[in-house]
Design a binder for this molecule. Structure first.
Ligand code: 13P
Length: 235
């Protein structure tokens, strides 16, 4: 299972270091889950351990004149080989278009990065019914080379992000299953995942893991979530 944490614009470099140390110290040596942390860019660091560090965003270029952005060269300095692409906060707030998102996917796929590719619909679309919903999600696959070997799809309905609202298990399963019909890569869920609901989400037949936002910020909670995932993998 993939148990990943997106810190978004939270935590300093020092806080991230402390978090990683606590996490590594508390992981069971036989932990089989793939654990990925996406800290803010200033907290990127070389890390040796069970936990993998990924970047929340990067510009699809090796280096150049792109003020405020970081490229491949800056990621290589910290040995970063994992990237989050297409998060709804970048699509909605930072106005990243599908063309830009697809360009990033293609660039980092060419560089053999592990990509966590996010898709998800706003509430207005969800309210318009299934046909509109799947049409909207289909558009987020435009120009994405699904034959690439090293990616995971994260389904994150925008209305469930940071709101404490989770879709019903049937709603999540329906979309995860639909994604699995397109690709045999892992498919994970994100949106108000927490200690109290992670078990039922991970037990969904099409669910291969989670992408956790706010509930991952407390390291003890994140450890609890990893332990729950371990129990499920074993049972
Ligand atoms: P929350 O867990 O805070 O809803 O955020 C989910 C998310 O956006 C992870 O990428």
């Amino acid at each position: 299972m993939v148990i990943s944490a997106n810190f978004k614009t939270n935590k300093t470099r020092e806080e991230t270091k402390e978090y990683l140390n606590t996490l590594e110290q508390n992981l069971h040596p036989s932990t089989s889950s793939e654990i990925i942390i996406f800290p803010p860019t200033t907290a990127l660091q070389h890390h040796i351990g069970r936990v993998e560090i990924g970047v929340q965003n990067s510009y699809p270029v090796e280096r150049g004149a792109f003020t405020g952005e970081i490229g491949l060269e800056q990621l290589e300095e910290f040995g970063i080989r994992t990237i989050l692409i297409g998060h709804s906060e970048r699509r909605e707030i930072l106005k990243e278009s599908q063309d830009e998102v697809a360009k990033k996917f293609q660039f980092f796929a060419e560089k053999n990065f592990k990509i966590i590719y996010c898709i998800g619909e706003p509430l207005e679309i969800r309210k318009e019914g299934r046909e509109k919903l799947f049409h909207y999600l289909e558009n987020q696959f435009r120009d994405i080379p699904l034959e690439y070997s090293n990616y995971t799809i994260a389904y994150e309905p925008i209305w469930a992000i940071g709101t404490g609202i989770t879709p019903t298990m049937e709603e999540i399963e329906e979309v995860l299953k639909w994604i699995k019909e397109k690709t045999d890569r892992k498919v994970i869920y994100g949106g108000s995942v927490k200690v109290a609901n992670i078990e039922e989400i991970l037990r969904l037949p099409s669910c291969d893991g989670v992408l956790v936002g706010s509930a991952s910020l407390e390291v003890t909670d994140f450890i609890k979530m990893i332990n729950i995932s371990e129990d499920i993998s074993k049972s």
